[in-house]
Design a protein around this ligand. Structure first.
Ligand code: GDP
Length: 372
């Protein structure tokens, strides 16, 4: 008997049969498998057909930090390269609150007015690793684009160094272009070094500024202004119009102090209102004028070639660093050397020398045997 307390000698005491405990794992979930990996050929075929689900999964693969995903991701990217469409890549930066998402929503719809156009919105947000979730490129911030069938919105890759995050976005561009997205927006927060990374993957770099804060020129780093091909002052609406015009004049004056950029194009300063959709045509006219200008003088192609080289060196740098710092013996050596440096028993330079020498010697031994 399951409960001896129920026997007649214990009159007045009954213990009911307990209810069966539910399993700790939802039985229905047992049957759902992890999303399967396709072959490189399958990914590429889907992407070229413009299959958005396949594109998203391939981007996830590119963003993956798992070692076994890396070579598959690279194969997919290489196979996509010959299929990339002619595109325009625009970088958009501005401090939080400048109106990036509002503006991208409006700019995006402007671009998509042409039925032949498709738009991908990507983002580089190096802080997203810390906040465990990216704020940029979030669909909820771009309400109209989010439901547009020709728009593909992807938040920032969220793990790794700025270089790593940016490289993944750079690779995602290739996939999007193979899927026929002929307009690419890359968004970033205008507060750190991520602008340099964005600048190195776009054809036009747009800086969104605000007027009326009283410190128009102080808040932005000179370097960011120097990179901009166009500066646009947002929120030129209501009683802010005058202040926006004033800021426009100040930015124009400030730009005169900079040398002419290598494109030969003098950056323009415009005012607009993303919220009230005022001045959007003019911004697009400016971007098209720029593109005509650099297509004619050959700078467009030159810039893309320089960027391709830049990314090769960036990738080499990143991988060398990773290979070095993730080596377990090197990690141990570095810890020991740190102690020695702090204990004044070795200098920084000889410590670095020792570790590097060990690393290079070790690499030498790993060389594959030469053929023949
Ligand atoms: P982000 O952080 O740069 O993406 O900025 P958001 O697009 O989220 O905009 C920040 C705030 O500014 C929001 O409350 C917007 O409604 C507001 N905003 C954006 N564009 C305009 C504009 O053109 N005019 C006015 N008055 N407000 C705007």
């Amino acid at each position: 008997m399951e409960h001896p307390e129920n026997e007649c000698q214990y009159e007045g005491l009954t213990v009911n049969k307990g209810i069966e405990q539910p399993p700790s794992i939802n039985p229905y979930l047992k049957h759902t498998h992890r999303r399967k990996l396709y072959t490189a050929g399958e990914y590429v075929e889907g992407i070229i057909k413009g299959d958005v689900s396949m594109l998203s999964q391939a981007v996830t693969l590119v963003e993956s930090n798992l070692y076994e995903h890396r070579s598959l991701a690279q194969e997919v990217i290489e196979k996509c390269l010959p299929h990339t469409c002619k595109s325009v890549r625009i970088g958009i930066t501005g401090v939080p609150g400048a109106g990036k998402s509002t503006s991208i929503d409006v700019f995006g719809l402007h671009v998509l007015r042409n039925p032949g156009n498709k738009l991908a919105v990507l983002a580089i947000d190096p802080s997203s690793e810390r906040s465990k979730g990216s704020i940029l490129g979030d669909k909820t911030r771009m309400e109209k684009l989010a439901v547009h069938p020709s728009a593909f919105i992807r938040p920032s890759p969220s793990a790794g160094s700025l270089g790593g995050v940016a490289r993944k976005t750079r690779e995602t561009i290739v996939l999007c272009e193979a899927a026929g997205y002929n307009n690419i927006f890359v968004e970033t927060v205008g507060v750190g070094q991520s602008e340099t990374a964005v600048h190195s993957m776009v054809d036009f770099f747009l800086l969104i500024q605000l007027a009326g804060t009283g410190d128009e020129l102080q808040g932005i780093k000179r370097g960011i202004m120097e990179m901009a091909d166009g500066i646009v002052i947002n929120k030129a609406d209501g009683n802010n119009i005058e202040r926006a015009k004033l800021a426009q004049a100040q930015f124009r004056n400030a730009l005169h102090l900079f040398p002419l950029p290598p494109s030969g194009w003098t950056p323009k300063v415009l005012t607009y209102s993303g919220y009230y959709e005022i001045g959007i045509d003019e911004i697009w006219q400016m971007i098209n004028d720029y593109l005509d200008f650099v297509h004619k003088n050959g700078y467009f192609e030159h810039r893309r070639q320089e960027q391709a080289k830049y990314w090769m060196y960036e990738t080499i740098d990143e991988q060398l660093r990773n290979n070095f710092y993730n080596n377990p013996i090197i990690k141990e050596m570095l810890e020991e050397k740190e102690e020695r440096i702090l204990g004044n028993t070795q200098t920084s330079f000889t410590a670095a020398h020792d570790v590097l020498e060990y690393y290079f010697r070790h690499k030498e031994q790993q060389k594959p045997p030469t053929q023949g």
